[in-house]
Design a protein around this ligand. Structure first.
Ligand code: C2E
Ligand code: CA
Ligand code: CA
Length: 558
């Protein structure tokens, strides 16, 4: 610290005691004068008589004796008084010096006091800034997670009835990926303002992190909370202005209401988060009020994870193969590998749920690699039987696909198994494409460079974007089962199916229809020149041995 060092002067000598005490000095002079006078009175005659014998001289001396006395004593008085005065003036000088020095010290003290005050002020500002940084979000100026924790705990201690809204922006990653991080930052500021506007001081908005905001509102009923959530969703209908353009953003909201529950602040946030994820699952741009089943869903996830880990360790996972059949001849052109587990292995979920847990926990990485190796090994066996043109389709998840070394891993497995890459087709879903177009595009290019084929799975199920079809180097389009389910009786689905087939063909893509269960569906597809189909009509997914048997039966080698 820059404290001012006070230069303490040596204290002036004899500052505290007077060098000459005026009374004492006066008494001294008087005493000396009196003593001399008395000595003179008593002894001057005797001294003169002793020293001077001549009567004439003696008479003269007696005459001037008085004069001499006056002269000598005057001189003495002069010496004594001037000594006393000189001491007094020296003291005065010393006093003056001390005074000056005190003034100087006083000045310095004032200066250091001033600086101390300044430093105190600076410290206060610094502390305020530290407090701000600790409790507020710099980008949006909203209170942050720490504030939320503090306020929430205080409110729960007071047993206040409140609702916590977990607001997450849908697909906000796209803003950062397709626009820029600056755009992302600016939009977050705009969203913060929008939330503040809509709340009208009814509650507090916090930035929880990333594109997540939390709103706390004193609230006595779930209906009240839902009303506010609706207001928030509606307020997002108005687009955000950015760089002279308009950006549409939608929120996914999860609500947790304190009710009469003994929830901690962490519980409230967790439950609202679970509810928010449910809103996401429902496609976003909506709200969900937390209910117990949501937590049970999480419990399920934990259980599935344990069971899946166990199955992986015990090598109890297996693959089934569903034939893919060429139209119009009804010959097997390939198989799709689909995950299964040994029947005695209890896993509390269906394949999709297990895949979702594997993606969530990261288990999909080792599992996906095993699936790929297993499927390629199966196909190698098929080729060795003489069916050298048969293909294998393997589903890949975004978690696998977006790994930077995924194409190299695929290449390594193909080399290990000794399989021609042209017979491997990787299936990705539209949701994979939605994640990050740039990255996906590069990965597909790299895989195509190796010789691997790419299929777009579940086409039409999500937000189908025809623009992807145009730019991505795909070779196969798989029409989602939900369309096939209603052909030919549903004219809309039938029309859409025929159009998807036509578009695919125009773009030079192979079109595969999934989930064909009836002869009528098959006839419709045949009529509209669909290339291939899969479905229970021909065969459900079957174990490897059965798949080989079916292949031999349907495609006898000549
Ligand atoms: P998908 O890739 O669309 O697979 C087709 C699903 O439709 C399979 O369900 C298959 O059994 C079922 N299916 C085929 N034909 C019919 C039919 O005619 N009628 C009916 N009702 N269903 C039919 P499955 O095996 O339960 O797989 C569900 C999803 O799980 C798959 O959808 C895929 O997205 C995912 N999945 C399965 N295996 C894997 C895998 O090895 N890796 C990854 N990443 N995902 C996988
Ligand atoms: Ca598939
Ligand atoms: Ca599919």
């Amino acid at each position: 610290m820059d404290f001012v060092k006070l230069r303490m002067h040596k204290s002036p000598k004899n500052r505290e005691t007077l060098p000459v005490d005026p009374k004492k000095t006066a008494w001294m002079i008087t005493l000396l004068y009196g003593t001399l006078g008395l000595l003179w009175v008593f002894f001057s005659d005797w001294v003169l008589k002793t020293l001077i014998t001549n009567p004439e001289h003696l008479a003269f001396a007696n005459m001037i004796k008085g004069w001499v006395y006056v002269l000598v004593t005057s001189l003495l008085l002069f010496v004594l008084i001037s000594y006393a005065f000189s001491q007094a003036s020296k003291y005065e000088q010393c006093r003056q010096e001390s005074y000056e020095e005190l003034r100087h010290i006083h000045g310095q003290l004032e200066l250091s006091e001033q600086r101390l005050r300044q430093q105190l002020e600076d410290n206060k500002e610094y502390q305020e800034r530290l407090h701000y940084l600790a409790y507020f979000d710099v980008l949006t100026t909203l209170p942050n997670r720490l504030s939320l924790q503090r306020d929430l705990e205080a409110a729960l201690e007071q047993k206040e009835a409140l609702a916590l809204f977990f607001v997450d922006l849908d697909n906000f990653k796209d803003v950062n990926d397709f626009r820029s991080h600056e755009a992302g930052d600016r939009l977050l500021q705009l969203v913060a303002n929008r939330l503040l506007d809509i709340l009208h001081e009814r509650g507090t908005v916090y930035r929880f992190g990333g594109d997540e905001f939390i709103v706390i509102v004193p609230c006595h009923s779930e209906q009240e909370a839902q009303k506010l959530a609706k207001e928030i969703v509606i307020s997002f209908r108005e687009p955000f202005e950015y760089a002279k353009g308009l950006v549409h953003l939608t929120p996914s909201i999860g609500i947790a209401h304190t009710h009469n529950e003994q929830w901690t602040s962490a519980d409230l946030i967790r439950f609202a988060d679970l509810a928010m994820h449910d809103s996401k699952k429902r496609g976003g741009n909506c709200y969900t009020v937390y209910h117990r089943q949501l937590s049970e869903g999480t419990m399920n996830r934990v259980i599935i994870e344990q069971e899946l880990r166990h199955a992986m360790e015990q090598n109890k996972l297996t693959l089934f193969y569903q034939p893919e059949v060429v139209l119009p001849y009804e010959k097997i052109s390939g198989f799709e590998a689909l995950l299964r587990w040994e029947p005695q292995e209890a896993i509390s979920g269906n394949v999709e749920q297990v895949i979702a847990v594997a993606e969530y926990t990261g288990l999909i990485i080792p599992m996906g690699e095993w699936i790929l190796r297993e499927a390629c090994t199966f196909l190698k066996q098929v080729h060795e039987l003489g069916y050298t043109h048969t293909c294998i389709s393997v589903n890949v998840s975004i978690a696998q696909f977006s790994r930077f070394n995924f194409p190299q891993r695929v290449q390594k497995i193909l080399a290990e198994v000794g399989l021609d890459p042209a017979f491997l087709r990787l299936e990705i879903t539209e949701s994979v494409l939605m994640e990050s177009y740039d990255l996906i595009d590069q990965q597909i290019e790299a895989l195509r460079a190796i010789g691997v084929k790419m299929a777009l799975d579940d086409f039409g199920k999500g937000y189908s974007s025809l623009s992807y079809l145009k730019v991505l180097p795909l070779d196969t389009l798989k029409i989602d089962k939900s369309f096939i389910d209603h052909i030919p009786e549903n004219s809309k689905d039938s029309f859409l199916t025929s159009q998807i087939i036509a578009i695919g063909k125009n773009l030079d893509l192979q079109v595969v229809a999934e989930g064909v269960e009836t002869i009528d569906q098959l006839e419709y597809l045949r009529k509209h020149n669909c290339d291939r189909f899969q479905g229970y009509y021909y065969s459900p997914p079957i174990p490897a041995a059965k798949a080989l048997a079916l292949l031999k039966e349907s495609n006898p080698l000549t």
